[in-house]
Ligand binder design. Structure first.
Ligand SMILES: [Ca+2]
Ligand SMILES: [Ca+2]
Length: 201
């Protein structure tokens, strides 16, 4: 079974970057117990849940850009994540620095989050989620939109996610009612090609 070195690297490094521009800090959330790190996280790094931090757009329409924290699922064996997750669906929790709901993104062991801009011009920035998985470079790209105080997966498609590229360029605003995602697929010759899927809000 091939293992992706960059993935292994990403899930063993604890990356917590605090931002002073946000309305709540991750540190405060941890003190409140909202983010469930291992109870002995300060003494045993093998059980620390890695958290990646991403700067996103203005999610809650308060004029300030926000921060997303991608918290992977717990692994059965943190020293060998290929044994799987403690929850079979491998949910990554995406929390935000402002007071909006979290996203529980299944089949995701700690992917990346990007700013998609305010695609539907409602004041709330959309986000792009690029999940990570145990193996294979074929996966999913999703766009989430904060509509009526809840997150909705507004669109998703298949993508080859191991490329070193700017994945925000894969989401294309059409108008305030629709957008497209450039995904990847194989043509009849087995060559990887891009394909565009259109979604409506
Ligand atoms: Ca904000
Ligand atoms: Ca929006």
């Amino acid at each position: 079974m091939a293992r992706n070195p960059s993935l292994i690297h990403s899930v063993v490094i604890l990356t917590v970057v605090f931002t002073v521009t946000t309305c709540f800090t991750l540190e405060a959330n941890i003190r409140k117990g909202d983010i469930h790190l291992a109870s002995n996280a300060n003494t045993d790094t093998s059980t620390v849940q890695p958290i990646d931090t991403f700067f996103v757009g203005d999610i809650n329409d308060d004029g300030k850009k926000d921060t997303a924290f991608s918290i992977p699922p717990r692994f059965i064996n943190p020293e060998d994540i290929f044994e799987g997750c403690t929850d079979n669906l491998c949910h990554t929790t995406i929390r935000f620095s402002c007071a909006v709901d979290s996203i529980y993104d299944r089949n995701n062991i700690g992917g990346s989050v990007f700013d998609a801009g305010d695609l539907n011009e409602d004041g709330h920035a959309e986000i792009i989620v690029l999940p990570a998985w145990f193996q294979s470079c074929w996966g999913r790209i999703s766009v989430y939109s904060y509509l009526d105080n809840h997150w909705k997966e507004a669109g998703k498609t298949t993508i080859y996610w191991c490329l070193d590229e700017d994945y925000t360029q894969r989401v294309i605003k059409k108008d305030r009612y629709s957008f497209a995602i450039l995904g990847d697929e194989l043509d009849d010759n087995g060559d990887r090609i891009q394909s565009e899927r259109l979604f409506k809000f």
